[in-house]
Design a protein around this ligand. Sequence first.
Ligand SMILES: Cc1cc2nc3c(=O)[nH]c(=O)nc-3n(C[C@H](O)[C@H](O)[C@H](O)COP(=O)(O)OP(=O)(O)OC[C@H]3O[C@@H](n4cnc5c(N)ncnc54)[C@H](O)[C@@H]3O)c2cc1C
Length: 420
Amino acid sequence: MPAEEKEAVEYEVVVVGAGIAGLACARALHQVGVRRLLLLDKHDGVRSDGAAMLLYPNGWHALEALGLADKLKGGVYPTCHLRKQTNLETGETKEMLLTGTVDRPGIGVRTVHRKVLLQALAEELPQDNVRFTSRLVSIKSEPASGKTSFNFTKLQLDDGSVIRTKVLIGCDGVHSLVAEWLGLSRAAESKRSIIRGLAEFENGHNFSNELQEYVLKDKRGAFVPVNGKEVYWYITHDTGPRDLEATRRPKRTLMQVMHNLAEGFPDRFVNVVRYSDPNTVTWTYMLYRSPWGLLLGQPHRNLITVAGDAFHPIGSDLSLGSCMALEDAVILARHISSSMRNQHDRKDAIEAYVKERRWCVAAVAAWSYMSVWTHHSWSELGFCGRAVKFLVEKVFDWFVGPRIMKTMNNDCRDLNSGGN
Ligand SMILES: Cc1cc2nc3c(=O)[nH]c(=O)nc-3n(C[C@H](O)[C@H](O)[C@H](O)COP(=O)(O)OP(=O)(O)OC[C@H]3O[C@@H](n4cnc5c(N)ncnc54)[C@H](O)[C@@H]3O)c2cc1C
């Protein structure tokens, strides 16, 4: 037997990546009783950069299942009930109610600090189950041997150590090694970027708890109060090579938003940007996996699968990535828990998870894809371009939009309700 195999440590489940998806998966699996569990990440700790994030009802339902919703709401983050979208070219404002489904009224949309969410997810996870500064560099499937009927997966880390696991969950983000190993299509460039930041008004602001959104040609900017003093904002736009130069210089990014990107936006938006601490500003070039890549691809093989951005990078203005990652974690853990209780094959549990998630994430990806598409500068293409844009927007409003509203209000249920 080769020397490295003797040293290999063995686990029931290994989760790669300690972002929102990985932390939520590890927490959920720990809650349903998986003990020989390892969460590993290439960084030296949980990354808390990034300002805040919008959490829709589907995210809150998942947090309820993880036992964190009440703790996070805690009166600190007010509910945002209304999304107002103003087209700055036509002056038209559309209003969309964000709270309430018939059966679960009032859960609403809240904006939370990214750091607070990550810390909450990481709490209660035993230190022995977490390993940082550990980059996964290769994955190898080991055939079933005489004693076991299932394949082990052998993981090689960058420090030379080897781990063997029955189940591997890749939560390693948009450039996922696990997704690549599974043969999923590479995430494509959307040619759009998102800049996010957090403004702080020391003496409080006067904004009501609404998501105020502005659309001007290819740009979409929005802001929403996080609490009485802080306001989260973002702006998405078509990206040229010159824009990307500023990505590592937050002060320059802020200037670029105020003096260039937000040109034509109301003063109140520019003012929110002006009050931002540059340390809260992030600039992300958006990548996505196409809806057909999600429907035709293979997000699982044997006991290996993916969750979060590794499964469904949606690169859009939707701010649904985190909510979907939380839902993945709950649904995956529920199927694994059910297979443990009923002594079913874990392979069936993973298949059931993919089956439950695939259409839902593909629908969001389709929405996202169309959303990105309609925000490119179609008007420059003349009459035909404007006609195509008009038609796509109508399909969007009548058909796709209401379905996505349903997704945003989805309740993934608790960790032990049913399953495979
Ligand atoms: C720095 C940052 C800031 C963000 N800010 C916001 C925001 O303000 N608002 C918002 O809505 N969304 C934000 N997002 C996006 C949002 O968090 C994600 O869309 C969503 O939460 C899904 O996260 P994830 O855990 O799937 O992926 P990620 O958050 O990308 O996490 C992937 C993790 O995998 C680890 N990893 C990758 N490869 C390996 C490897 N080979 N070995 C070991 N570990 C590996 C990475 O270190 C990382 O911790 C941000 C993402 C990041 C990374």
